[in-house]
Design a binder for this molecule. Structure first.
Ligand code: DX5
Ligand code: ZN
Length: 232
């Protein structure tokens, strides 16, 4: 178990999709030591997105090596089938996609009250952010995708900035307490823009685990950029 290190005031969520899986525990401990807020675990089923990634076994292996919360982003067609497995493995937050849930309320209720975990709703870049509005008071995380999910290393879609700002406005209007998280193409060039638009949690994979100076330096750099963006 690693030492408890204070988390940075800015919430950075490293996505392990871009980590070196042969050194996963070590890399997670590096971002923890640098002050990351949580570990973001991308789960893909080859149906909702055209790619496969990882399942609950990865969460189970990570649970003893870090004190950070483990946040599972379920890019799957039938998220309800997998919730218990991830919770038993040690997940703290379960994020499901609104695209696959005509009425997400029963599932969110199950995650938050039944399983006692944090629940989030994600939307793809082509879903109007307005569609999240009725649920903002029933979730812990509103995840605004800033790329079409399925692969790490894609470029931030520029129209995302206006969507983040609109979502921030809706969260305010609803007096909701959920976090506004962004995911996809977040790097040293795009993070300031997303922060100024109102995002408060920043998922980054490539920008952290492929940084030539290493993941810890990358986490600190991204957090500093958010702090600077907020001061302006
Ligand atoms: C996209 C995933 C993201 C992805 C982010 O399908 O949901 O979490 O890993 O990776 P980068 O930061 O490389 O865009
Ligand atoms: Zn993700």
């Amino acid at each position: 178990m690693s030492e408890v290190v204070p988390r940075l005031p800015v919430k950075i969520a490293p996505s392990i999709l871009s980590a070196d899986f042969a050194r996963l525990g070590e890399q997670v401990q590096q971002v923890e030591a640098a002050g990351a807020d949580r570990i973001h675990v991308d789960v893909m089923d080859g149906h909702f997105v055209p790619n496969l990634s990882m399942g609950a076994v990865v969460v189970r292996s990570l649970r003893p090596v870090t004190r950070l919360p483990l946040e599972v982003h379920l890019m799957v067609e039938e998220p309800g089938r997998f919730l218990e497995g991830f919770v038993q493995a040690g997940a703290d937050t379960l994020i499901v996609h609104l695209e696959v849930l005509p009425d997400p309320r029963p599932l969110l209720e199950h995650i938050r009250r039944g399983l006692g975990k944090r629940g989030g709703l994600a939307i793809n870049p082509d879903m109007p952010v307005e569609r999240l509005r009725p649920f903002l008071r029933d979730i812990d995380v509103a995840l605004c995708m800033t790329v079409f999910p399925g692969f790490g290393g894609q470029s931030y879609i520029p129209a995302s900035t206006a969507r983040i700002a609109e979502l921030r406005r809706l969260i305010g209007m609803e007096n909701a307490e959920c976090e506004l998280e962004v995911d996809g193409g977040i790097d040293a060039r795009t993070i300031s823009e997303a922060a100024r638009a109102g995002a408060d949690v920043f998922v980054a994979g490539t920008a952290i685990f492929a940084d030539p100076e290493g993941p810890a330096t990358a986490v600190r750099r991204l957090a500093r950029l958010v702090e600077q963006a907020r001061q302006r």
